[in-house]
Design a protein around this ligand. Sequence first.
Ligand code: KG4
Ligand code: ZN
Length: 347
Amino acid sequence: MRTGKVLGDRPLSDSGLLCLGIETSCDETAAAVVRGSASVRSSIVSSQYVHSKYGGVVPELAARAHARLVVPISLAALEAAGCEWTDIGCVAATHAPGLMGALLVGLPFAKTLALSLGVPFAGVNHLEGHIFALRLASPDLTPPFLATILSGGHTELIQVRDWCSYEQLGATMDDACGEAFDKVAKLIGLGYPGGAALEELARSGRPTIRFPVPLQDGEHRDSLDFSFSGLKTAVLYHLRDNPDASRADVACSFQETAVSAVSGRILQALERTGLDTVGISGGVAANSLLRERLSALARERNFRLVVPPLEYCTDNAAMIAAVGIERLARFGPSPLSLAARARLPLA
Ligand code: KG4
Ligand code: ZN
């Protein structure tokens, strides 16, 4: 068995230490082995399709699926990395934010593992994971930069002052961006989660319908917050009043409006902060129109755009391990008493 001592003079993130990361905050059971700050040895993700017939994640079913999968997925991550339990130098797991029952599978599993292996444990904020996904994609990325997290549960604009030092500039006031894609997808008869299917349908449509861009005018014009529930309601009313509307045109017009809202806020945040680098992560960062629009803006306005490959945009454990390594180096191990929290802001 290993000794628990791994923190020497060198920052852990530069060391060759292997970290096992565990992610069970929502509906992906994931495990990964990461070395140093950005070298992913393996990353295994199991997405739970059990929720699709309910039109959203059912917390109890998610927790049960995590309980079934967390051991086999961890073993698969070890095997894919070509290592043994005894090669693992630290264990990191998401402790917040997320579904309580889901967090309460991966978190105690990771703590128990760390204790029995005699290695340090790091509890990780899932949102910080999405920020570190940017570093996995671009190891040369250095703060300060603007991180934009766009997922099914979160929509946040964060100024990354340094790794592990953040200021929240804006967030959604109601639905998350991915949640809006999912709700609109449902309204037009696509399955759950519907973001990717909506994008696919939008390819054959035209942006002929003018939906209002959220929070563009009035008192909110200068805010960096987001709102998507009004846009979703506008789609609902449009479909009610135009039952023969082309679903592809509705999908395309909604996507156009949501992408305009996000890119508009990013430009405002860059202007306000003077930052010259933007990263986007979270499931919606997989959206091609968003990527194309931001790439064009980056060329036009001369900022650097960092977009992780698909497997690091959506939930994964490599990003959790990457945070764990950095936090262990900077702050030492988390206490084994660290609690799971359904909500926990980053900044
Ligand atoms: O980050 P993620 O995997 O899980 C959460 O932490 O929520 O994000 C999932 C979200 C879902 O709402 C899904 O519909 C959305 O990302 N999404 C997309 C696309 N692919 C996934 N939204 C728009 N366009 C896509 N291509
Ligand atoms: Zn996420």
